[in-house]
Structure formats: structure tokens, C-alpha cells
Design a protein around this ligand. Structure first.
Ligand SMILES: Nc1nc2c(ncn2[C@@H]2O[C@H](COP(=O)(O)OP(=O)(O)OP(=O)(O)O)[C@@H](O)[C@H]2O)c(=O)[nH]1
Length: 572
């Protein structure tokens, strides 16, 4: 009987057992390696089997192997060196970039600071230029410098545009100055009304009917010549001008009558937005002065040569006296524009001076109970809305007032029934004014102009009840301190706070730079060498005032010291 084969023992085992064995083996290997490391025995280096002696070209093979070894080592060394160099380069570049970055950052910060300071300085100069005191002093300079003064009157309310203080100052001036009226914007009033006004004003002062050109785009004489060469003629209603020739003729005549060889200087003065700059631009034929709807655009006096003998001087608007009634201030004062007076109130007074039917017809609005309701309608019509589609009455009021002093709205006031001279004029003054102007020639020229100018749409014309002459201020010391709007005051406080913070951080370099910038500002404000003696004395006075203010400050500081809390004493 065949013995059954013995079954071979199976190698199968449980996974746990297998893993355990594997782990043990790993641990054992690790232990061996560790000990080998400790005793300094390295891993077995593979033995170079070398070249057997039986090889036919043993020596050559060995030489070749040696050469390859050397080449490899050289290559390795080369790579190592290039890598080292690259790393050094990178490090250097990084350092440079870092240095450049910080330097560039510092430069940028300094530049920004400088620009900020310059901007602030410019803003301060602009602010001082838009102050009433500056305007008044510039106007005085214009009057001083001029031989002839053109008082510009808006044809829609000529009486309201007359300033008795200015007329008196010109006529009573020691330098014997001439006063002429220019009745501007004649295209916005009905012809018969214009005729009446020219006749009325002519009895007091030579009056020139005028319509300025509104479309003067070119700023240089070259552009003007090119336009003329291209035969581009202003044929639009707004682009046309009337009265240029008669005014230029009269001025040339006055220049010829002058005993001296000097040019005739003609100062152009008047209340805001009456068209002073536009008249000069029209006479010159180019846009030499800044003109626009915004009242008070002209900030400083500006000379413009009209011909070889005549030079015009543009001036900032006359400063209205606060003693004027609200009706007068509404259209003639810059305070309304600068929000010192509420535009809503100004609109209210203007509406009161007009016929409601005319307003409704002109603006195409329904019957309104008060000015606010009217402004609501007006704002809706013009699309002046704020958040929630509510009418923006503030903005509407400003737009409405700009319309009334601007270039489009047609309204007129009636000539005063009472004839006679206003209290500041005398018969002698009037006859003096009328000499050296050929009145008959002027009358004829005015008639021609009135004939040629187009009548405005009578259905849209509003009758305006003028409140008469408007008082102005010519003495700088009489101008009241200007109120700052709440926003301006807030800005000022913020600026002061900011300055305080900056002061703490500033180093010596910055201090030096600041002093340099202050010098720049002074350069901007250095007075014109041509300044008159009176202006110089005024400046001297200004200097005294500065000293006084310093003293006051010091006294105040000392007083503050006295009042200061004494920390060394225990008051409890
Ligand atoms: N329709 C019409 N508009 C005119 C006429 N003259 C001036 N204007 C407009 O009236 C506005 C005011 O003109 P400006 O020449 O800037 O007036 P200004 O008196 O120099 O103004 P300030 O800078 O405030 O002194 C502008 O929108 C002109 O286009 C004119 O004869 N007819």
C-alpha cells in the first residue's frame, strides 16, 4: 500500500503575523545600520571589478577611464562654480532691489508731500483770490490804471447794474477819468424797451448798445487769422456781435485826443456776469479772457491789447454791499453763488419781482403757491432730481439764478418814469462826460444797431420789477469779514488736525523742504512792480497788521500760561 505523501506545510499565515515579522525585520535592519554608523563602517562600496589582465588593450582602457573620470570631475567643479556665481548674483540683485525699493519709496513719499504742499499753496492763493477783499483791491487797481472806465450794464436790468459808488469814484477822481456806459446783452430785451433805455441812459452818460459774441472759441491770434482765411463767418444768432465798430471808433477817438503818446487804457467794470470779459473778447475777436455762465469767473485784472492805441483791462466784479435789499442782492451778489446766502431765498425774491403768469408761460409750469413749489416744478422739468427721484430744489435754485444772469433768459425792466439825475451825479459831471464823444454819431450808430438786432420771442419774455441802483463797496477796509461755509470750516479743522499730526513726525529735512515751499508761495504773491503808490502803502499797512497779530498771539500765549494748571501744587 502506497504511503500517502506527507502534505507540505503551508506558508500561509495570518496578516497580523506577517506584518509583525516584517516589522521585526525592519527594526533589526535599522539597528544594524545604526551600529555600523556608530562604529564608522560605511556601506559596502561596490567593488570595481577593474580590467582583467587578459584584456588586450588594458592600458588604453585604463587611461580612457581615468580621462573620463577627470572630465567628469572638471564638469562637476564647473557646475558648482557657476551655481555659486548665480547664487551670489541673485543675492546681490535682491539686495539692490531692496535698496532701490526703499529709496524709490522715500522719493515717492517726498514727491507726494511736495505736490500736496504745492496744491495746498495753490488752493490758498486761489482762495485768497476769490475773497471779496482781493476782488475789491483788484478793481481799485483797474480804476487807478485806466483813463476811461466802461461800466457794463445788463440790458435786462440796467438800473440794477449801476453802482453809484463806482460812478462817483470815477467822476471825482483827481486823474480826470472818463465814464462810459455799455448796454450789453441787447439781444435779450424787446427793441422798444432797449430804445427807451438807451435814450434814458444817454441823458446821463454816453451809452453804447452792445451785443457780445458768445461763440469765440479760438484763444490765439493765429487761430483767428486761420479762421478768417478759411472764410468761417459767425452766422449764428449767439455768434453775431453788434456795437463793436461804434465802441472801437469812440475809443480810438479818445486815444487820438490824448496829449501823451501812451496807449489809452480802458477799464471794463461792472457787477458779476454782466458780460465784461465777453465785451473784451468780442472787441479783440478772440477768447482772450475767461467768460462763462458762472458768476465771478474773473478773479484778477487782465490787460488785453485791442489796437496800437487802445488797451482794455478786464476786472473782477464789483463787491455788492450787504446793506442792499435782498431783491438787489439776489442777482448781483456773489454771496448767493458762494452759498453765503441761500439760493432758495434769492429765487423767492426774484419771483416776487416778476409777473407769475409770465413765469408760468416761460417755464411752462402750472400755477404755483410759493417759490418752493415753483422750484419743485422747475426741478422736475429740468430733470434735477436727487435720491428717490425727489426734486433737488437747491440745485434747481442755482440753475434758475444762473439763467437769470446768463446768456439766454429774456426779461426786461421798465425805464424809470421819474426823470432827473440820481443824487451822486450833477449837471456839470454829465456835461463833462459828454464832451469829446460825438453824441450824434453815437445816437445814429445805436439806432442802426437796434434796427439790426433781432427781437427776442415776446411770448417768452418776462417783465421784471427792478429795484434800482445797487450799492457796491470800493473801500477794502469796509468789506465785512467773510463767513466760511460749514463745509469749509470742517475742511479747515481737518487740515489743521492733519498738520498737527504731520508736525510730530517731521524730521529736519522735511522742515527744510517746507521752508523752500513757503518761499515759492511768496514768489507767487510778490506784488507787481508796476503797482501804484497807494497799493504799496496798503501793503505796508498789511505788514503792520501782521506784526500786530504776532504780538496778540504772544500775549495770548502768555495769558494761557498764567491760566495753566499748576501741577506742582496739590489743590485737594
Ligand atoms: N445773450 C448774450 N449773452 C451774453 C452777452 N454778453 C455776455 N453774455 C453771456 O453772459 C455770461 C457772462 O459773461 P462774462 O463775460 O463771463 O461776464 P463777466 O462780467 O466777465 O463775469 P464775471 O467773471 O462774473 O465778472 C456768459 O455766459 C456770456 O456768454 C450778450 O451780449 N448776449
Amino acid at each position: 500500500m502506497k504511503r500517502p505523501k506527507l502534505k507540505k506545510a503551508s506558508k500561509r499565515m495570518s496578516c497580523a503575523k506577517r506584518f509583525k515579522i516584517q516589522k521585526k525585520i525592519r527594526e533589526h535592519h535599522r539597528k544594524v545600520r545604526k551600529e555600523a554608523k556608530k562604529s564608522g563602517i560605511r556601506r559596502k562600496i561596490k567593488k570595481d571589478i577593474g580590467v582583467p589582465n587578459s584584456a588586450p588593450f588594458k592600458e588604453e582602457v585604463l587611461r580612457e577611464a581615468e580621462q573620463r573620470k577627470q572630465e567628469l570631475e572638471e564638469l562637476k567643479e564647473k557646475n558648482r562654480l557657476t551655481k555659486q556665481k548665480e547664487r551670489a548674483k541673485k543675492r546681490k540683485k535682491g539686495k539692490e532691489e531692496c535698496g532701490e525699493d526703499t529709496r524709490a519709496k522715500k522719493k515717492k513719499v517726498k514727491k507726494e508731500e511736495k505736490v500736496k504742499a504745492q496744491r495746498e499753496a495753490r488752493a490758498a492763493v486761489a482762495k485768497s483770490k476769490s475773497s471779496n477783499k482781493f476782488r475789491c483791491s483788484e478793481l481799485n487797481k483797474v480804476i487807478e490804471a485806466s483813463d476811461v472806465i466802461l461800466e457794463v450794464l445788463d440790458s435786462r436790468d440796467p438800473m440794477g447794474c449801476r453802482c453809484p459808488q463806482l460812478e462817483e469814484a470815477v467822476l471825482k477822481h483827481e486823474g480826470k477819468k472818463r465814464l462810459l456806459f455799455v448796454l450789453n446783452k441787447i439781444d435779450l430785451v424787446p427793441k422798444d424797451n432797449l430804445q427807451n433805455w438807451v435814450q434814458f441812459l444817454q441823458t446821463q452818460c454816453p451809452t453804447f448798445a452792445f451785443k457780445s459774441s458768445a461763440h469765440l472759441q479760438d484763444r490765439t491770434v493765429l487761430e483767428k487769422k486761420q479762421r478768417a482765411a478759411n472764410c468761417i463767418i459767425e452766422q449764428t444768432r449767439a455768434g453775431a456781435s453788434f456795437g463793436c465798430d461804434s465802441l472801437l471808433q469812440a475809443l480810438n477817438q479818445l486815444a487820438n485826443n490824448q496829449s501823451s503818446e501812451t496807449m489809452l487804457k480802458v477799464g471794463v467794470v461792472g457787477f458779476p456776469n454782466v458780460g465784461k470779459s465777453s465785451i473784451i473778447n468780442t472787441l479783440k475777436g478772440i477768447r482772450a479772457c475767461n467768460a462763462g455762465v458762472q458768476p465771478g469767473l474773473t478773479k484778477c485784472m487782465q490787460e488785453v491789447h485791442i489796437s496800437k492805441k487802445v488797451k482794455m483791462i478786464d476786472s473782477p466784479p464789483i463787491v455788492t454791499a450787504p446793506s442792499n435789499s435782498g431783491e438787489k442782492l439776489a442777482l448781483r451778489s456773489l454771496q448767493v453763488d458762494s452759498k453765503e446766502q441761500s439760493p432758495l431765498d434769492a429765487v423767492k425774491t426774484v419771483l416776487k419781482q416778476c409777473n407769475q403768469q409770465h413765469i408760468m408761460l416761460h417755464y411752462n409750469v402750472p400755477d404755483y403757491r410759493n417759490s418752493l413749489e415753483f422750484l419743485n416744478f422747475f426741478a422736475q422739468k429740468r430733470g434735477l432730481l436727487q435720491k428717490g427721484a425727489l426734486p433737488n430744489t437747491e440745485q434747481a435754485a442755482t440753475v434758475f439764478l444762473n439763467d437769470w444772469t446768463g446768456a439766454k433768459l429774456s426779461f426786461y425792466s421798465k425805464v424809470p418814469e421819474k426823470e432827473g439825475l440820481p443824487p451822486h451825479l450833477t449837471e456839470a459831471m454829465v456835461t463833462e462826460m459828454q464832451t469829446s464823444i460825438e453824441l450824434d454819431q453815437l445816437k445814429m450808430a445805436n439806432e442802426q444797431i437796434i434796427k439790426r438786432v433781432r427781437n427776442p420771442k415776446l411770448s417768452a419774455t418776462i417783465v421784471f420789477n427792478s429795484k434800482g441802483l445797487t450799492d457796491g463797496i470800493l473801500n477794502v477796509s469796509e468789506i465785512p469779514e467773510e463767513k466760511h461755509t460749514p463745509e469749509e470750516e470742517e475742511e479747515k479743522e481737518e487740515e489743521e488736525d492733519g498738520e498737527d499730526d504731520d508736525d510730530d513726525d517731521d524730521d529736519d529735512d522735511d522742515m527744510l523742504e517746507e521752508t523752500e515751499e513757503v518761499e515759492d508761495i511768496e514768489e507767487i504773491e510778490t506784488p507787481d512792480p508796476k503797482e501804484t503808490q497807494t497799493q504799496k502803502t496798503r501793503n505796508q499797512k498789511k505788514g503792520n497788521a501782521n506784526h500786530a497779530s504776532v504780538n496778540i498771539d504772544l500775549l495770548a500765549a502768555r495769558k494761557n500760561d498764567d491760566d495753566a494748571y499748576d501741577f506742582s501744587t496739590d489743590f485737594v
